[in-house]
Design a protein around this ligand. Structure first.
Ligand code: CTP
Length: 403
């Protein structure tokens, strides 16, 4: 999944021949999961039709202050459009539009939207090589970047004039890559590896039976998603679950038993900066696993169990620089038990779930948690969706890391 998923992308199109590539650009943003709206200068309609762009973006295209098809006198609100956008990408950006942007010109809806937008703005210049090299164009580049706009440099190649040189708009796939990389670079967890465990473990009794629990894995998958959305490279070690992650930054490592989870987690701990262990690991497993299916013979049947390794505790014993987070699922004396686990497992933070709280626990999409930090801060949260809890958790970790 691209970092652009669900983002609001406003594509600004100006009057250059490279506007024919805007159709591909819209397609690629949509394919990345973004919501796309298009704002055009009136002259750019000579190069590509609004119909093409509205069909591909699945949104009306804006090219003037008032709707020409409509006599209602209603105007197209450039302020709303500017505020709607998470990112504004002007591609192609002509010398004329860049000069106006650099100097506060505002004689069309694209420029008015640019002046209203509060989001990051990218511009991909496109023009002939001599125009590209002209001092006034260079001055527009310098002014625009000094205002915080980001330039997606033009490439070198054959130009519409027939000349060969610099000025060719970056290819649509390179524009997407540029924007994705730039967004990732700004994210607080960019470049950090985060290790997460999720789901239940299954402890085999014989080839067809196991001891397991009702954990759905949802909480761990939501945490993985929230961390990846902030740029982390996530290693998600999960027990058997129906959950799926499509995020490009989440590497799912499926395991079955507590021992397999222990082994997989230890492979990745050293290279991780943060480890969040939300899995419901079996505390005991059958001491022996029958090779054949166990037959029913006697009226009662006992299974001898032995302890599994406590994965979280084992990490607390070896951690050096890592920030370690555990979960505690409690039914009574919740705070006391959770604090005990925080200390005995050498954690930086523990997330307490109480089964006494309605809407918390296994199988539901909500959770009610309390965070307890190693400096004994207790932060109680309301009942929230697991996605919201995951975001709160990542925010809390960042807060402690930057304290
Ligand atoms: N945990 C683990 N390995 C285990 C058992 C638990 O990594 N073998 C982790 C869980 O992922 C969770 C935390 O330890 O983050 C606490 O789990 P919990 O079941 O609440 O506590 P336990 O330590 O198992 O203690 P008890 O079951 O006695 O409450």
């Amino acid at each position: 999944m691209s970092i652009l998923k669900d983002k609001h992308i406003l594509l600004g199109i100006t009057a250059g021949i490279a506007a024919y590539k805007s159709a591909t650009l819209v397609r690629l943003f949509i394919k990345a999961g973004a919501n796309v709206k298009v704002v055009m200068t009136p002259a750019s309609k000579d190069f590509i039709t609004p119909l093409t762009l509205s069909t591909l973006s699945k949104n009306p295209v804006c090219s003037s202050f008032i709707d020409e098809e409509d006599d209602s006198g209603l105007w197209n609100n450039h302020v709303d459009l500017g505020l709607w956008a998470d990112y504004f990408i002007i591609a192609p950006a002509t010398a004329n539009t860049m000069s106006k942007m650099a100097n506060g010109g505002c004689d069309n809806i694209l420029l008015a939207t640019y002046l209203s937008a509060k989001c990051p703005v990218y511009f991909a210049p496109a023009m002939d090589l001599d125009m590209y090299k002209h001092e006034t164009t260079k001055s527009s580049f310098a002014k625009l970047t000094s205002y915080g706009n980001k330039m997606i440099p033009a490439g070198t190649g054959e130009l519409a004039s027939g000349l060969v040189g610099e000025g060719r708009m970056a290819e649509p796939q390179d524009i997407i890559k540029f924007v994705e990389k730039d967004i990732l670079n700004q994210l607080p967890l960019n470049g950090k590896q985060i290790l997460i465990t999720a789901g239940p473990t299954y402890e085999a009794l014989d080839p067809v039976r196991f001891i397991g629990n009702h954990s759905s894995g949802k909480m761990g998958f939501e945490i993985a998603n929230a961390a990846a959305n902030l740029g982390a490279n996530v290693v998600l070690v999960t027990g058997p679950t129906h959950q799926k992650s499509t995020h490009s930054l989440v590497d799912v490592k499926p395991v079955v038993s507590a021992q397999q989870m222990y082994d997989e987690v230890h492979k990745h701990f050293e290279s991780s900066s943060i480890a969040i262990l939300s899995a419901a690991v079996a505390d005991y497993r059958p001491k022996t696993i029958a090779n054949q299916k166990i037959k029913k013979k006697d009226s009662t049947f006992s299974i001898e169990l032995e302890k599994t390794k406590d994965i979280l505790k084992s990490l607390g014993e070896i951690k050096v620089h890592q920030f370690l987070v555990g979960f505690a699922l409690e039914t009574n004396n919740e705070l006391e038990h959770a604090k005990g686990k925080l200390i005995s497992k050498n954690l930086d933070l523990i997330v307490l779930n109480s089964l006494q709280d309605k809407g918390a626990g296994f199988g539901v999409s909500t959770n009610k948690v309390t965070f307890i930090t190693s400096s004994n801060d207790i932060i109680k949260h309301q009942l929230k969706t697991k996605a919201e809890v995951a975001e709160d958790l990542i925010k809390q970790i960042l807060k402690q890391l930057h304290a």
